[in-house]
Ligand binder design. Sequence first.
Ligand SMILES: Nc1ncnc2c1ncn2[C@@H]1O[C@H](COP(=O)(O)OP(=O)(O)OP(=O)(O)O)[C@@H](O)[C@H]1O
Ligand SMILES: [Mg+2]
Length: 262
Amino acid sequence: MLNEKYWNKREQGEEIHELSAQEALAEAIENDLLVEARQIIGQGKEAFVCWGKDKFGRSVAIKSYKLYRTTHRGVIHGTHRTSPYEVIKHFAKLEFYKNLYAYKAGLPVPLPYKWAGYSYSMELIGSEEGPAPLLSDMNKNSFDDPTEILEKCVDILHDMFQAQFVHGDFSEHNLLWHNEEMYVIDFLQSKRFALKDAVHRNSPLIPLTRAYRILRKDLNAILPYFSRLFRVTVNYEEVLEYILGDIKEKVDKELELISEVT
Ligand SMILES: Nc1ncnc2c1ncn2[C@@H]1O[C@H](COP(=O)(O)OP(=O)(O)OP(=O)(O)O)[C@@H](O)[C@H]1O
Ligand SMILES: [Mg+2]
């Protein structure tokens, strides 16, 4: 409906309109994602997150996309000619399925429930009182043994990589601490990858060495955080090797081929 409005407005030369949080939540309620909104818990550039209850009485987190204004709109395959409303609808759907893939792979992520319009709903990581804290909300006295917490993060990176999935924004801002466990959120930028570099042009999988670069970037974000805040330091290369597991051989082979060509 809004999409149609957009085209009409565009024809009349009117400005496109960004949904307010209230409008987005009203739309999510209309689409049956929740029945009661309690509180906005995250307000970013691209999306906001609210927690509430759905019709089954479950505590849910709703992630709702805002209008996409940046110029890299064209990177979203096939969407560059559609309206901004179509782009954010696509984001909600895309993140829902990426989240679902991670959940099905047995990774510690929220269970996604439903997508509709510009939003998707998922299990709230937290309790009746509200969402769990982010790792970035913790301080150096929060954990008895911060090394154990770092090990949990490294294990998640390992399990993700073995599931042929890279997060792409793995940091203290996207990790939630709940019931003595770490949970990962925020999947729009995450990618599934192939076990080789040669992938078909239309493949949903990215090449292996690209995934390897993303993994190294993720590791480079989380390890310094632990050394800065908790004074826990580890050997980067050893941790990387552990995360790569048996896939390391394949990565090395592809890297060798690249160096032969160049
Ligand atoms: N399933 C969830 N359970 C509990 N809290 C959640 C959940 N999903 C998101 N949040 C909260 O909402 C915030 C924003 O979520 P997310 O990281 O997915 O969005 P974002 O686009 O990165 O927004 P921001 O720029 O605010 O980080 C998180 O930092 C977290 O506090
Ligand atoms: Mg985030």
